[in-house]
Every structure is written in structure tokens, then in C-alpha cells.
Ligand binder design. Sequence first.
Ligand code: BES
Ligand code: MN
Ligand code: ZN
Length: 488
Amino acid sequence: MKVQGSAIELTDFSGDGLAIGLFDNQLELSGDIANLDGALSGLIKEVIADAEFKGKLGSTVTTRVAGGRFKKLILVGLGKADQLKLDHIRRAAATIAKTARREKCKTLGISLPTGNLEASNLAQAITEGVELALYKDLRFKSEKDENGKIDTIALIGLVGQEAAIETAQKICSGIFLTRELVAAPANYVTPITMAEMAQDLAKTYGMELTILEQEDCEKLGMGAFLGVAQASDIPPKFIHLVYKPTGTPRKKVAIVGKGLTFDSGGLNLKVGAASIEMMKTDMGGAGATFGAAKAIGELKPDVEVHFISAVTENMVSGKAIHPGDILTASNGKTIEINNTDAEGRLTLADALVYTEKLGVEAIVDLATLTGACVIALGNDIAGLWSPNDDLANGLLAASETAGEKLWRMPMEESYFDSMKSPLADMKNTGARAGGAISAAVFLKQFVKDTPWAHLDVAGPVWADKENGYNGVGATGYGVRLLVNWVMS
Ligand code: BES
Ligand code: MN
Ligand code: ZN
């Protein structure tokens, strides 16, 4: 699919479909749209009246145009002009794209008002919305139904925005990688295939790659990570991918993702309400990390970025850690495992210790860490914990333009009390109440002085319902926000 800016007048546009965005106070047509309405003998006004179209955010109406230069007219509401956000544009573009596909438009024109936005941001957001909404995962279908493909999209009024369009497509290529990694089940995405995927990225983008095998991890004393891995028949892989810019980097940062390719819970097996089959998504943090790596490899910013994940499965077997076992992490701290299902924090503990030795300016981890975070914030919002206000605010700003919601949560150190162990330095789980907070406080034991933030992404990595540019399934959550943060 080709997306390009176009200087054409609305009245001259010809193609299969034309989509127009309208603010809710803009229904008295003016300018180009009034001209087009005139050329169509008042059809737009008629449709607006007929459908009682009010320009409300998310509303849409489609009509057939008889004997015109185009066959389908799609109107989309953008809400109030003074409340316009970039993500409203992304969503409107998604609505347009899905409608156009349903209406079999191969060539499509999109005309959205700029409002208070920069033209480049508008072009980027439209392209992202369209690309993300049209994504289909056909890898596991024996018959690839490719019907309704859109060939070209003209962004009317956005001529000269090729760079912004390309930026969007590069970011989307990263998001698609994340969606593919998260959606693929545990018999397709394993620690071994994750390492191979990192190898591909390293080769394609000229990145440095270190894969620590089990013996290497043993030498580094990664007892927490290896404890989680020990019941699996598939060897663990500790992946460290580095993007270095050509000149001197403006800053050096690290992104660490929880990489559980499957989380059975271990001997504290997931039973009852927890849907164990969804635990193929427990590498959503690593998925976002490597999706961001792909986007960064494409975008080539002047920043050094380390992408890290301790990848393994959490399984059951005669070799499994027993509840009550004591593990020693690579910083020497000892952990009494009172619940084998709190495994993500164990793998992250060793990953964070390793990462801090790299001497980066900031570390951000992403993890599908707790069901408690989903209970607290629902499926659309990730939790953010950080002892560092600058880092937290930088991530919140990145999240706003990305349209990937974050909410800062308290790093309540007193909750560590519920993780005190009579035998070891700590237990791996504390009280049920505030479980997402104690998980963050647990991780904090493994970061000394580098500015660090933890994102609990258990909710937003997967969608059960179609919503805007996210279909049912893996959302690719985190890539846009990470890219924005790295580039800031
Ligand atoms: N991977 C899960 C968290 C999770 C739950 C992600 C639901 C996505 C949806 C994590 O490893 C886990 O099992 N956490 C436990 C922690 C508990 C044992 C303290 C949980 O949230 O129940
Ligand atoms: Mn678990
Ligand atoms: Zn898990």
C-alpha cells in the first residue's frame, strides 16, 4: 500500500473513495468541503442531515456517490476542534481505513483538518492509524484471504510530508513485529526463536548482539533467572542487542523486557479463573523491546540503545523450583520463592543487575508483571513506577503523543515489609493487596543508582475487543511510546 501527500483540490479528486473529517462545530460546510458539496449538488449536506451526523468523535457515515469522480464518500467525526489530540486522528484514520476496506475501495483520498496540529504530526498519525488498522495476521491460516486490499492512499493537503509518512511506516514495522511476537503461541515463539529473531535484527540493522547461554548466565550468578528456567526443556537465552549511532551518541539508554514465552505458573500452576492459554503473551515486554529495536534500526536516531531480555519459559517438571526454594540473584541477594508464579520479577532481577553494569543514563523495563495491575488500571492503561520524576515525566510525555496510555503509580517502599523473609533477604511475593506495587518495589531491590522506570503492561499488550487501530489480539503496545522516549 502506498501512502502519499497530494495537493489536489477536493473537487478534482478521483478514486474509489474519499474520506473527509469534520469537527462537530463545522457542519456548516465551508471552504473546499463546501465547494465539493456544491459540485455534488448538496449531497454532503444531505447525508449529514439524513444520518443526523454530528461530527462526534468516532462517528462515521458512508454513502454511495452516483456518477461522480469517486464512488464512496466517507464522513468521520473528529469531535471538538479545540480538544483535538493526535490519537483522535489515528483513530479517525483507522475508522476510514476499515470502512474503505469494507467498501472495496482500492484507491482512497483522505482529507482531515489540521486543527491545532503540525502538518507532519498529522501525516504521521494518519499513516499510523491506517497501517495499524489494516494489519491482518494470516500466518496461521491455511488460506490467505487478502480480499479488500487498499492500493493507494492520497493524504489530501499534506504534500511534502514524505518524511513523516516514512517515519510512521518505520514505526509500524516495529509494531507489527511486536504484534507477531506476542500473538504467536508458545510452540512458535520460544527462547530459541526469540534469539534467532534478535540475530535477524542485528544482521539487518548492523547492531551488536550478545546471547548469553545458560552456562554464561551461571558464570554471572543469575540464579533468579535460571531458577525460573530450570523446568523447561528449551534452553534459556539472555539477549542483549545494541543499536549504536554513527557519531557520538547524544545519550545512552536501556530497555529491558520481560520475556516469558510461556508462563504456566510453575508448581503454583495457573488454575481456575486465570486463562493459562493467554500466557503466550507473557513476553509482551520483550516483544515491545524488540519491536522498538526494529523501529530504532529503521529510524537511526543519534542515541545508543540497549535492548535486553532474559528469555525463558516458566514450566512444570521434576526439575522445577519448589515453592520455598531459595535462589541467589546476580547481585548476591537471596530470594525465598513463596510463589513460583511470580516469575517475571525473578527474570527481571538478573536482567536489571546486568543492565545497570552497562553504565547507561536510564533504564526502562516493560513487563506483563501482575494481574493486580490489570485490576487497578484495566486493559487500556499501563502502570508506571519510577523513583525518578524526570524519567517518569519523560515517559508520560512520550505516552501522550503515542496514544499509549500510562498512569503513574506509587513506589510505596513500606510495602516491602510484606516481602520480608525469616530466612532469605526477601520473598518473591508480598500481600495480595497492592500486588502491582509490591512487584515494583521488589524490582527496585535490583537497581542501585541508575534512573529507572518500570512499566507494568499486563493489560494493554492484548485486546479482547476491536478498538480503533487495534484489532482483537496483540496490540503492539509500547513501541510508539518507547520510540518517542528514545528520540526525545
Ligand atoms: N504473567 C503473570 C501476570 C499476568 C496476569 C499477565 C494476567 C497478564 C495477565 C505473572 O507472572 C503472574 O503470574 N503474576 C502473579 C503474581 C502473584 C503470584 C503475586 C499474578 O498477577 O497473579
Ligand atoms: Mn506468573
Ligand atoms: Zn508471568
